[in-house]
Design a protein. Structure first.
Length: 289
């Protein structure tokens, strides 16, 4: 039992399970908005299975694809695969199991979820290789998280509506913006090894300006989602907090100072997503919407 628990901890470490706080709250918020409250318990359960298994597949694939580069980068050399804490066969089985569980979950959700599943799995796989070809991989990562948001809405409504497309686009821009900030740590490594990112192409200062613009557009989209859906004080109160958090994130890395990047990247963005969910919950359960 101890060995099994230890193995589970390694898998959780590989996929950084704690970072589920980035994407899950936005997806759950979309679910609440689609249902005007809580959907049926079975729907909630299968949405959660799909979200967690999809994220496990995406992160596992990323670690598998990047294992050789991670070994060369001092910042990532202690990750599970470079450190040979898990075998490649184990990881392949983990990926197959995660993808299989995602397929099973979609079978219990509206038909559109299953029809769009190949697109989602394609994006989750493609992202892991994008840095080899383009500096715009940040946006593919954003698309991956946005598919979870749109998918949660579809899982409740069975259709894809305009308002959720605005929210999903906002998530693309939010994720791309913070991923650009985080990639600033690897400018020298990426340039040396032929990997692509906007910081490697534009330099730290210019890429941070791009990130600020993306986050401004993302914030506007989150506000616009509330207007499109006719939401009220609970949601827009959350929007105010999110605006302040994103502004503070950029204060933390102002002038290209990355000494506080972990705080900006992990803590602030986790607060952004959980604040979104809290605002939606306030609106849905306590507001007049």
């Amino acid at each position: 039992m101890k060995g099994l628990f230890g193995r589970a901890k390694l898998y959780a470490k590989m996929v950084q399970l704690e970072h589920t706080l980035f994407a899950l709250p936005f997806s759950l918020g979309a679910m609440l908005l689609a249902a005007h409250g809580l959907p049926a318990p079975g729907t909630i359960g299968w949405i959660l299975v799909a979200l967690v298994s999809g994220r496990c597949f995406a992160m596992g694939m990323n670690r598998y694809a990047d294992r050789h580069f991670d070994l060369l980068n001092p910042r990532t050399a202690d990750r599970v695969l470079p450190g040979r804490q898990l075998g490649l066969t184990e990881v392949r089985l983990f990926l197959a199991g995660s993808a299989g569980l995602l397929v099973v979950a979609t079978l219990f959700l509206p038909p559109l979820c299953l029809r769009l599943l190949p697109v989602a799995l394609g994006l989750l796989t493609l992202y892991s290789y994008m840095k080899r070809f383009t500096a715009y991989a940040h946006f593919v990562l954003g698309l991956c998280l946005a598919t979870a948001v749109a998918g949660s809405w579809i899982a409740v409504r069975g259709t894809l509506d305009g308002a959720i497309c605005v929210l999903a686009t906002s998530v693309v821009l939010w994720v791309a913006g913070f991923d650009i900030l985080y990639a600033g740590q690897d400018i020298a490594f990426d340039r040396e090894h032929g990997l692509h990112s906007l910081p490697a192409r534009l330099g730290l200062e210019r890429s941070q300006r791009v990130s600020r613009a993306l986050h401004a557009a993302s914030g506007a989209g989150i506000w616009a989602t509330g207007l499109a859906l006719g939401l009220g004080w609970g949601y827009f109160g959350g929007c105010l907090v999110i605006t302040g958090l994103i502004a503070y994130e950029h204060v933390l890395v102002a002038g290209g100072d990355l000494s506080r990047i972990n705080r900006a990247f992990f803590h602030i963005n986790a607060l952004v997503s959980t604040t979104f969910l809290a605002g939606v919950a306030l609106e849905v359960f306590l507001g007049a919407w």
